[in-house]
Design a protein around this ligand. Structure first.
Ligand code: SIN
Ligand code: FE
Length: 317
């Protein structure tokens, strides 16, 4: 079962100064636990939070998360809103501040991973999660592990830092098994069969074709076997009614103003309720992990006895 590790100021100071303590924080994450911060552990002005939650136009017009893309320094999904140019610029500045605030904090708190990650996107989640009418595979209230359909990770780990900026309401999560436990719960034969299917001659041919098109400069997404497995597993879990209903669950309330950090590609989770959260995703180099063989890709490679990623597409050489 997941544990919530309270990272008070004292714990944070210790981790900044003592590499052993920082390693133990990384170990908790790699074991699938959640690091919890009662307050935002870096300077993030109250007015920034207020600005975001008062932009009703953003919520109504897009009905989607607002994404900040650090590598291009742009925000998506804002174009169609009624925000003025100045408000859009403010929004960009806030998302940028959040992104680099989180990154700087994690650089000192999780020193074993420092600079061994790539920034993925940050998001502002303005929708009330309770009662959202989404198709099954997009539902956030069903237990799942995270996998990206359009941005394959090629074995890098998905590390996510969340902040509940709602001034009054908690963000409510459930968690269940770790990836390692899931591999034991579901029949090995069933999983192996689906892995073999993915490596069928037809699939291999299609992938080679996609790689050629990508090499020619077309914007084609080439998923590794690992990415494809994780995506299929994400769908498999959300569609598995028996698992959703009967698996033992842990319920968590993340209060207003709190933050939490987790490897969501490892710990099954879902959000039941809550509105207004910020989140930053970092892709952590698999080689930076304390126990790479215990990570989802490490476990899958041992279990399937095949390579699941191609180095040429990996984020880290
Ligand atoms: C998720 O990653 O499943 C959603 C979590 C959240 O928005 O709180
Ligand atoms: Fe998720």
């Amino acid at each position: 079962m997941a544990k919530l590790i309270a990272c008070t100021q004292e714990v944070r100071e210790e981790a900044k100064q003592d590499p052993e303590k920082a390693r133990s924080m990384c170990q908790e994450l790699e074991d699938g636990h959640i690091l919890f911060f009662p307050q935002i552990p870096f300077a993030f002005p109250q007015e920034d939070r207020e600005f975001l939650i008062h932009q009703k136009q953003m919520e109504n017009a897009s009905r989607k998360n607002i994404a900040y893309k650090p590598h291009r320094d742009v925000i998506s999904n804002l174009a169609s809103t009624d925000l003025t140019k100045r408000e859009k610029e403010t929004c960009l500045q806030i998302m940028r501040r959040y992104t680099y605030g989180v990154e700087e904090f994690l650089g000192s708190f999780l020193s074993p991973y420092k600079s061994r990650w790539k920034l993925d996107y940050a998001s502002f989640r303005p929708m009330q999660e309770k009662g959202r009418n989404l198709r099954k595979r997009a539902r956030n209230d069903l237990l799942h592990i995270d996998a990206f359909p359009s941005r394959p990770v090629h074995g890098a780990r998905i590390l996510r830092f969340f902040t509940n900026i709602n001034p009054d309401e908690a963000r409510k999560w459930i968690t269940a098994h770790t990836f390692q436990e899931l591999l034991q719960i579901f029949s090995k034969e069933e999983l192996l069969q689906s892995l073999r299917k993915r490596m069928s001659p037809k699939k291999r041919f299609l992938r080679s074709w996609k790689k050629c098109l990508k090499a020619l400069g077309l914007p084609i997404t080439v998923r590794s076997s690992y990415d494809q497995f994780m995506l299929d597993f994400h769908h498999f879990l959300k569609e598995n009614e028996e698992y959703q209903k009967n698996c033992p669950k842990h319920y968590w309330d993340f209060p207003p103003g709190s933050c939490w950090l987790v490897f969501p590609d490892q710990r099954t989770h879902a959000v039941l309720e809550g509105q207004y959260a910020l989140e930053l995703t970092l892709l952590v180099n698999h080689q930076a992990l304390l126990n790479p063989e215990q990570s989802p890709v490490g476990l899958l490679e041992q279990f399937s006895k095949q390579t699941m990623i191609e180095r040429s597409y990996a984020h880290f050489a």
